[in-house]
Design a protein around this ligand. Structure first.
Ligand code: ZN
Ligand code: MN
Length: 143
């Protein structure tokens, strides 16, 4: 078990949350795969190991992890939310052809938040930045 998984399990214990094998597996999947899966993808990858598991189980656990600040939901307006283990703040590059999502670690753009707040009068809580383009694999295929 990786350090991040171990640390997250400790976080659950600290909040008096029961660590079921399914809960453990979902969390581990998010951390180890680090591929921003949908709930459906998580379900499909784990259902062989847990035949009694449903997509609703996956959703309920994801909601719990989000509530605890362990996981972030990346919403796209429809049912295609993706889920990201919330380690350190980062941005994303998204391939507009295959949908692959790559992490980008870059200093937080706090000055943009200040400007936005000044221009709009909003009390800014957070921001999201997504870069769109073609991933290296899709560039090669396009040639
Ligand atoms: Zn691609
Ligand atoms: Mn990410």
């Amino acid at each position: 078990m990786s350090y991040l998984v171990q640390q997250s399990i400790e976080r659950l214990k600290y909040s008096n949350i029961r660590i079921t094998p399914q809960r453990h597996a979902i969390l581990e999947y998010l951390i180890e795969k680090d591929n921003h899966p949908t709930a459906d993808e998580i379900y499909k990858n784990l259902v062989d190991r847990f035949p009694s598991m449903s997509v609703a189980t996956v959703y309920n656990n994801l909601r719990l992890f989000i509530h605890l600040g362990l996981v972030k939901e990346m919403m796209y307006g429809d049912n295609s939310s993706r889920f990201d283990f919330a380690s350190t703040e980062h941005y994303h590059a998204i391939c507009s052809s295959c949908g692959r999502i790559e992490d980008i670690y870059y200093p937080g753009l706090d000055d943009v938040e200040v400007v936005a707040s000044t221009l709009t009068g909003y009390k800014v809580n957070s921001h999201r930045l997504e870069i769109y383009g073609l991933c290296p694999e899709c560039q090669e295929e396009a040639q």
